[in-house]
Design a protein around this ligand. Sequence first.
Ligand SMILES: Cc1cc2nc3c(=O)[nH]c(=O)nc-3n(C[C@H](O)[C@H](O)[C@H](O)COP(=O)(O)OP(=O)(O)OC[C@H]3O[C@@H](n4cnc5c(N)ncnc54)[C@H](O)[C@@H]3O)c2cc1C
Length: 404
Amino acid sequence: MFDVIVIGGGIIGLATGRALLKRSPKTRLLLLEKEPQLATHQTGRNSGVVHSGIYYRPGSLKARLCVEGGGRLLQFCKERGIATRRVGKVIVAVEERELSALATLEERGRANGVAGLTRIGPDRLRELEPNARGIAALHLPHVAVVDFVQIAGAMARDIEQAGGVIQTSTCVRRVARADGCWRLDTTRQDCAGAFLINCGGLHSDRLGRLAGDGVSVRIIPFRGEYFTLRPERSSLVSGLIYPVPDPALPFLGVHFTKMLDGEVHVGPNAVLATAREGYRRGDVSLRDCAELLLYPGFWKMSARFWRLGLSEWMRSVNPRAFLRAAQRLVPSLRAEDLCESPSGVRAQAVDHQGTLLDDFAVHSSPHALHVYNAPSPAATASLAIADQLVSELPVGEHHVAFGG
Ligand SMILES: Cc1cc2nc3c(=O)[nH]c(=O)nc-3n(C[C@H](O)[C@H](O)[C@H](O)COP(=O)(O)OP(=O)(O)OC[C@H]3O[C@@H](n4cnc5c(N)ncnc54)[C@H](O)[C@@H]3O)c2cc1C
């Protein structure tokens, strides 16, 4: 019998398990992960950027936890000897019509306390990124890149050193509340715990329903496809070059990211995926598609965004369209510079009205917490999100009070 069972060995589950044991060292904690390795899904398939917090509505959880969490994450890396690289970032307006959205971002950045933020013109942009083209930009000099898999590994070691148990290759199939505790039926042995924390990422809504939580949001998977630049062309980019994002969407647009190892990623786009873990274009899950088609929120979302969805799909099936999006920022990019690279899938929660949830979303039900929306910048914010989750738990001064 455990005090707390965390489902999900991505960065949110790991950070939460770690924070809980730091706060209440006597907690008997079990963390379950269905894959043989931790951090296999979103945490291991992202852009690796420690975001600054500029994009998010002031006062939102994303704004607060990203700024706080980003600083703490870099400190965590420093303490653990995990490599980070401050590459800096520019958000570039290419056309006049993007200037007002750029100004809004600047205001948000200032309201959110983003360090070092400056507005720059084309000359300074050319100094920073000689191959980028734009009429104005925001410069964020402190933005860094990291390897979130390494960070997740360090968090897992902390959990085990503090006495927590991590079990991989263990998929939770059923969850029931009986005799004052949760009973979990898994692909390995069954287990029981007093309190449940659902950090199931792409499956968090299903796990919530299994545990009897009545919320109506659904996870809709959006694949993000990447290309990498051929090594001899990686000098086209010095740091991170982003477009001005569409304010109607929680995605950032196709951008250039110089990764820790110097490789440059171009992407990701945001294509509706036909499987929650559909990393390739042809991956289809009948169950995932059927659930999607039966969800009214999906149809309402589609009615609103079909035009945008179609253009993202075009960019997915037609590499030339993808190239054109990237060339807006770096005109000298050529088709032969790009090689296909592994993709990631975002777990984006959508509600019954078809609204893409903009902020992080956590739902508390008796003896359980469910993380339903933790897309970007949740990896950046993970340490701060974890503390926020743990602060919502029924923890006594010296011990954990999860029973009953
Ligand atoms: C393309 C892309 C680019 C991104 N770029 C960035 C970025 O640059 N910076 C940033 O901060 N964020 C970025 N993000 C977002 C970031 O990766 C996620 O916010 C973060 O990784 C979410 O972590 P998680 O633990 O919630 O989810 P996950 O990492 O997906 O972990 C959930 C885990 O739960 C497990 N699980 C699910 N169901 C079960 C079950 N039934 N039983 C047991 N285990 C289960 C899964 O196997 C998985 O390992 C990006 C995401 C994507 C997809």
